[in-house]
Design a protein. Structure first.
Length: 501
């Protein structure tokens, strides 16, 4: 929760940081994005190193650095110090995230592992929204620097619990570490994530976005070719993606987390600019979706033994698709919060049901000695999906808004009309300068935003529908019901149970 909450928490303090540090918008975005970039880029190599050196020492080290980086960030006198602290926090987060899941998968017995992964998934899925809510609360009632209190306290509590309760485990291998694979993976993930972060901000045809995308794609291809050439000591054996559990689990998490992150990008401006709510109230309005997600993540391990992992994921993806469709159908400025609440609840339940079996499908595809790598792959998929969803759904919303508002600016002065085309927040800010057209411009911007929302939601629903078809046909095997029946059979029927298997 500390790691995930730190991804989204600083978004609510952009204006405060810009004023206090005298920083440009670009610098503020670097403060926010450098954490995610360092986290995503280093997950795979640090997960593999944790497997080799010992998971408990890696977790202890990561938590200590993470807490220290949070203290430094909270006291930072300049933007440069803040960026340095965020880099350190991102690196230590990459030490923490894969180890937390690896500890669960390598220590819990098989019959309890699903429940433990469900708790982990629920916290990881809901942590971002909870982090935004608590961050907005702290900004409203205290100072923006208090944002770092939450992750520091969580890291301290986690460190104390780790020292007391977490057993050590590691891979015992005499083979050399895949240094080339680790370096190439860092370049690949850095290039792709950086392109997705900079594309919406600078334009997809900007040289920096195109170059970073080209470097990322080239490095990803090189990584796959290198791993296929190696006969042993892989960083990640890419041949395992032929197995449906690893492939379907990764694709499901990529799409689900992409849609979840994109929904957050759409929801916050809807609450603030269309409904006129404060930042705190807007993040509180997202809590029902987070609560449903966390509850469904705990329910999924109970459903999977009864109806099967693939069926559980299929039900989850179907509900998430339904949620998107409901929001696209009923959203309106006049209908307000109630027009999207049913869709949000369906989305939360659907994501929770689909995330836990998908995570378990990924971790169970790799041997116990490689659980750090398996967990890192799970986390990289989540981070890449998040960046992809924010970039694509955000771009779809912006394009839909501009297309819709173009036909509603008749009579608006040219300068104000150009500003209004940039986004709904710009339109509301410039509206008072248009005299008698003020209310007309605000209503036009709000309706255009809703039109753009509907376009983005329908495309998101189409993507989820494609995922639903894929999971139904190629999802993880439905082996759980047979195993559950066999375990439930009485001892007197053991012979019949073996024959049935």
């Amino acid at each position: 929760m500390a790691v995930i909450a730190s991804v989204s928490g600083l978004n609510v303090a952009q204006t405060h940081m810009a004023v206090e540090f005298g920083a440009s918008h670009t610098t503020v975005l670097w403060i926010i994005n450098i954490y995610t970039l360092a986290l995503a880029a280093l997950l795979l190599p640090l997960g593999a190193i944790g497997d080799r050196l010992g998971r408990k020492p890696m977790l202890i080290t990561g938590l200590a650095i993470f807490g220290t980086a949070g203290v430094v960030a909270g006291l930072a006198p300049s933007a440069a110090v803040m960026i340095g602290a965020r880099v350190a926090a991102g690196i230590s987060a990459a030490m923490i995230m894969p180890i937390t899941l690896a500890v669960i998968t390598s220590t819990f017995p098989e019959e309890e592992r699903g429940k433990a992964i469900g708790v982990w998934t629920g916290v990881a899925g809901g942590g971002g929204i909870l982090g935004m809510f608590l961050s907005a609360l702290l900004v409203d009632v205290a100072d923006w620097r208090r944002l770092f209190v939450l992750p520091v306290v969580l890291a301290a509590v986690a460190l104390a619990m780790t020292l007391k309760s977490v057993p050590n485990s590691r891979e015992r291998s005499t083979r050399s570490f895949d240094t080339v694979g680790a370096l190439v993976s860092v370049i690949a993930v850095t290039g792709l994530i950086f392109a997705l972060q900079e594309g919406p901000e600078r334009g997809w045809t900007a040289p920096v976005a195109l170059i970073s995308l080209a470097v990322g794609v080239a490095a990803a291809i090189t990584f796959v070719a290198w791993e296929l050439r190696r006969r042993d000591a892989f960083l990640l054996d890419v041949r395992l993606f032929r197995e449906r559990g690893l492939a379907s689990g990764s694709i499901t998490l990529l799409v689900v987390f992409g849609v979840q992150a994109g929904i957050a990008v759409v929801l916050l401006p809807f609450f603030q600019a269309v409904l006129g709510w404060s930042g705190l109230l807007s993040t509180a309005a997202m809590m029902p979706m987070a609560v449903m997600m966390m509850m469904a993540s705990g329910l999924a391990p109970k459903m999977a033994p009864k109806i099967g992992a693939r069926s559980t994921v299929t039900v989850g993806v179907a509900l998430a698709t339904l949620g998107l469709a409901l929001m696209a159908l009923f959203v309106s400025a006049d209908g307000g919060y109630l027009s999207i609440l049913a869709g949000m609840l369906a989305m939360g339940i659907g994501m929770g049901l689909s995330m836990t079996p998908s995570t378990e499908a990924i971790t169970s595809s790799l041997p116990r000695a490689k659980q750090g790598v398996a967990s890192a792959l799970n986390d990289v998929t989540r981070e890449f999906g998040t960046a992809l969803g924010v970039a694509l759904l955000g771009a779809l919303l912006a394009n839909g808004y501009r297309s819709a508002i173009d036909g509603k600016l008749e009579g608006i002065p040219d300068g104000a009309a150009d500003t209004a085309r940039e986004g709904i927040a710009n339109a509301i800010e410039i509206a008072p300068t248009t005299g008698g057209h003020s209310q007309d411009l605000i209503r036009a911007a709000q309706q255009s935003f809703v039109d753009g929302w509907q376009q983005a939601m329908w495309i998101g629903a189409a993507v989820m529908a494609a995922l639903l078809l894929y999971v139904a046909l190629c999802g993880p095997k439905n082996t759980a019901p047979l195993q559950a029946d066999a375990e439930a059979a009485p001892e007197t029927g053991a012979a019949e149970s073996v024959v049935a298997r």
